[in-house]
Design a protein around this ligand. Structure first.
Ligand code: ADP
Length: 209
């Protein structure tokens, strides 16, 4: 090593490390490109939602499976609960629903160093039309939280609660802006409650036929 040579196993380790960096860079670049494409599609009014049968608990477990590894790698617990009165078949856009929930869970994992993330789906007792259920999806973490004066702005495009998070956590500040527009296109609303240092809960409701 003193002569600048690496023994073969070391060289392999180094190559492995570098190729991991390349894979990760590629993935995060792709995520950024997808965010920008999605955002401009929505902004130009080209977003069209599908209306096909969706099972909310299937979507939920799909997202749970997706984030199981990333959460566990950080030592975080992750769990999901779907209330028994949530219908097993609604009309909706499974890809976009999945995208919103994934984005919230991705943020929860990203902004939590220790603890747990929970994903819940329940039916809210509102609405007069018996054929339409109001479903609430919520994602709770006990991560870094969001300062009160930033709660209003995080749903706007390119906004991040703390400018330094750009360097510490990466991201574009587009994720929540896309979530907000998708949820509103579904006829619902998204909101957040948070306490710095304690954690955050993001929730959204949608009407579901
Ligand atoms: P990005 O994650 O790419 O920065 P988002 O639009 O998804 O963009 O989020 C905007 C900002 O909201 C984040 O930069 C972060 O400051 C804050 N934020 C979002 N989710 C959480 C969370 N679960 N805990 C703490 N802060 C969050």
């Amino acid at each position: 090593a003193s002569a600048g040579f690496l023994s073969r196993p070391d060289r392999q380790t180094r190559h492995k490390r570098l190729s991991d960096v390349i894979v990760r860079s590629g993935e995060s670049l792709l995520a950024i490109i997808n965010d920008i494409l999605d955002f401009s599609k929505i902004e130009s009014g080209k977003l069209e939602l599908e209306t096909v049968p969706v099972d909310p608990s299937e979507t939920t477990s799909h997202v749970l499976n997706l984030f199981w590894d990333p959460a566990n790698t950080k030592g975080l617990d992750i769990a999901a609960y779907v209330a028994p009165d949530v219908p097993t078949k609604i009309e909706g856009d499974p890809v976009r629903l999945n995208q919103v929930i994934s984005n919230l869970v991705n943020n929860a994992v990203k902004f939590t160093d220790e603890g747990a993330i929970s994903l819940q789906v329940r039916r809210l007792p509102v609405g007069e039309d018996k054929d339409i259920a109001t479903l609430e999806f919520s994602v709770t973490d006990n991560g870094i939280g969001i300062p009160a004066d930033k709660l209003d702005t995080i749903f706007s495009s390119f906004s991040q609660a703390d400018q330094t998070t750009t360097r510490r956590f990466g991201g574009t500040g587009l994720g929540l802006a896309i979530c907000k527009r998708l949820v509103e296109a579904m006829g619902g609303e998204i909101s957040v409650s948070s306490e710095p240092g304690k954690g955050s809960t993001f929730r959204f409701w949608i009407p579901a036929r």
